[in-house]
Design a protein around this ligand. Structure first.
Ligand SMILES: Nc1ncnc2c1ncn2[C@@H]1O[C@H](COP(=O)(O)OP(=O)(O)OP(=O)(O)O)[C@@H](O)[C@H]1O
Length: 449
């Protein structure tokens, strides 16, 4: 497009001279033409007045085609459109975009998690190849595809990549990504409703699907009715050759307390692991992230992060974000000393193992897709208040930290506020199965054993 635009005046002038076009004709027919689009071997030109279309097509199409080939060195087809066509094109593209966005939203996908943004390295190349194979022919090759690996190593990213790939090829495919926690909570709700309609709605949702992605399946261990329901969902989809993709923190054979019939089904298809990335892959991931987010950080700093954060890609990315945010906030340059100070909590090997209120705040914030600052802050909407009370409950339950200290960390709150918040959750858990399930999962996330 740029080359054509840059040479457009020269092209018109050449047509005028070589085809001996009178001034008045030149100004009437050729000068108002605008380059609308250049795609592959076709140039689309916008004709401002519908009445001019036939004349331009008949008289000037060939001269333009020949001159463009002479000047640019490539032969293009020339197409003409009118403002009315442009309106149609823009209307239909603005309709198809939200449609795709809606499809992605309905499937529960993160638009950023695609194969394009996934860095392939020695730690994940098998899982990546298996995912690509499944994406290319869902339901045919490996069913289920079982991806496993430690925390923050890219399982979710790969699962979403498969889903995007399938939807890009066929927007009408019914694709659904859910965490096993979400599946469990929906099931609890359906059961709690106590009527057949709720249960059949639940079943219809999960069985009327082409591709089902279930993340973090380890959290259904010990939940009998969830395992039972998932077992039937699995059988139903599998028998119809619908693709199932599962992720977990460990391979099926190590999920000892999972029902045996589910464990054996998880082993039917292909099992692929993702391990910790090596240094080169960590560097490549950081560079990709830097490029995508438009950061400009010294190579020395990138190497420092890649050398020191080894086992969790989420932390690797988090370190880069944190450096960038802090540098902006404090209006400082990112030097090695700055990075050392800013990342000391992440990099210090022992700091992470201990269960601290800070760790609890981070895990709860991530779980509820809010920021740690919100939890410590003063917002009072329920999206924040409930996670904040959960933090109070978990800090009291899982750490020895004094209530006063918990209060201080949580934005200088009084110790009676902490007691009140924690008690509220203790009471609520007794009557609310969904909350109990969430607390259960949060505890496992905070203290995976
Ligand atoms: N190979 C990779 N290339 C680019 N980004 C990656 C890669 N692997 C992981 N990431 C990024 O690291 C972050 C964590 O990845 P993801 O959430 O997929 O991990 P996970 O294994 O599902 O973690 P969890 O066990 O907590 O569910 C994401 O932002 C993801 O985009």
């Amino acid at each position: 497009m740029d080359t054509i635009l840059a040479k457009w005046n020269e092209i018109l002038e050449t047509v005028r001279v070589e085809y001996d076009i009178m001034d008045v004709s030149f100004r009437t027919w050729l000068l108002p033409l605008k380059v609308y689009r250049v795609e592959d071997d076709e140039i689309t030109l916008l004709v401002n007045q519908e009445q001019a279309l036939t004349i331009i097509q008949n008289k000037y199409m060939l001269p333009l085609k020949v001159t463009i080939a002479e000047i640019i060195g490539t032969e293009y087809n020339i197409k003409f459109i009118t403002p009315r066509d442009v309106r149609e094109i823009e209307k239909s593209s603005s309709q198809s975009k939200p449609q795709m966005n809606e499809t992605i939203e309905r499937a529960n996908l993160n638009p950023k998690y695609t194969f394009d943004t996934f860095v392939v390295g020695g730690n994940n190349n098998f899982a990546h190849a298996a995912s690509l194979a499944v994406a290319e022919s869902p339901g045919e090759m490996y069913n289920p595809l079982f991806l496993y690996g430690g925390v923050g190593l890219g399982k979710t990213h790969l699962m979403h990549s498969i889903a995007h790939f399938i939807l890009d090829k066929d927007q009408n495919k019914k694709v659904l990504y859910v965490t096993s926690e979400y599946f469990t909570n929906e099931l609890i709700e359906a059961i709690r409703n106590g009527n057949n309609t709720a249960m059949s709605k639940f079943r219809e949702k999960y069985r009327n699907i082409d591709v089902l992605l279930i993340d973090d399946v380890q959290f259904i261990i010990g939940k009998e009715s969830t395992q039972e329901e998932f077992f039937h969902t699995f059988n139903h989809l599998h028998s119809l050759k619908k693709q199932i993709i599962i992720s977990s923190d460990k391979p099926p054979k190590d999920m000892e307390t999972l029902e045996a019939r589910l464990r054996s089904r998880f082993e039917w298809g292909l099992i692929a692991d993702i391990s910790s990335p090596d240094y080169e892959t960590r560097m490549a991931i950081l560079r990709k992230k830097e490029e995508m987010d438009g950061y400009n950080i010294d190579d020395e700093i990138i190497k420092y992060i890649a050398t020191n954060i080894k086992s969790n890609i989420r932390e690797l990315e988090g370190a880069l974000n944190r450096l960038n945010a802090l540098a902006k906030l404090e209006k400082k340059e990112i030097t090695i000393e700055f990075a050392e100070e800013a990342l000391k909590d992440i990099i210090s090997p022992d700091a992470k193992k201990e269960i601290t209120p800070e760790l609890i705040i981070d895990v709860v914030a991530e779980h509820f897709h809010i920021s740690s600052a919100d939890i410590k802050g003063s917002k009072r909407n329920s999206e924040i208040v409930v996670p904040r009370q959960i933090v109070m409950y978990l800090c009291r339950d899982m750490t020895d930290t004094a209530l006063k200290a918990i209060g201080n960390i949580l934005g200088k709150r009084d110790h009676s506020t902490i007691i009140h918040g924690a008690d509220k959750i203790t009471d609520e858990i007794k009557k609310n199965d969904t909350l109990r399930n969430t607390i259960d999962i949060l505890k496992k996330k905070i203290n995976p054993t």
